[in-house]
Design a protein around this ligand. Structure first.
Ligand code: RP5
Length: 166
């Protein structure tokens, strides 16, 4: 039996990336965007990476979100192999707090773009919101849901800070 259609692939280099990348999946879920999370390592499963990225468009994906840490080659290699837009999320590494991940992802050569997000949770959330914005260009119902998401976020922010324990 074939798997249901997914618009967004959330790929990551390791199980250890999931606590970060789950934030992207959660936002996609909230916005009702069909997505699939996959572990695809540029270094440990290079054949899986090639198979995934070469077949991503044909499989029906429209956007790829790729998260990796350390020597984070996954987003760039995915972008080299697929014409789909790729958003890269630098996962916070233990050794260098994700600065290694960020620099590995952001410094792509001209001609092979990766939309690079912030390190960690913010990057994962924003990658999902960017994916949603791309998909919303051709989906009015999703555009309305994205507008509502942003409106709820605006309404949730208090005008004044509450007292908190020191
Ligand atoms: C990268 O190496 C992964 O994306 C992960 O962030 C990092 C560490 O992987 P594990 O050793 O935790 O599996 O490829």
């Amino acid at each position: 039996m074939s798997e249901p259609r997914a618009d967004v692939a959330v790929i990551m280099g390791s199980q250890s990336d999931w606590p970060t990348m789950k934030h992207a999946a959660d936002v996609l879920e909230t916005l009702g965007i069909p997505h699939r999370a996959l572990i695809v390592s540029a270094h440990r499963t290079p054949e899986r990476l090639f198979d995934f990225a070469r077949g991503a468009k044909g499989a029906g994906y429209k956007v790829v979100i790729a998260g990796a840490g350390g020597a984070a080659h996954l987003p760039g290699m995915a972008a080299a192999l697929t014409p789909l837009p790729v958003f890269g999320v630098p996962v916070e590494s233990k050794a260098l707090s994700g600065q290694d991940s960020l620099l590995s992802i952001v410094q792509m050569p001209a001609g092979v773009p990766v939309g690079t997000l912030a390190i960690g949770r913010s990057g994962a959330v924003n990658a999902a919101l960017l994916a949603a914005a791309v998909l919303a260009l051709s989906d009015d119902a999703l555009a309305a849901r994205l507008d509502s998401y942003r409106a709820r976020q605006t309404e949730a922010l208090a005008a004044r800070p509450a007292e908190t324990a020191a």
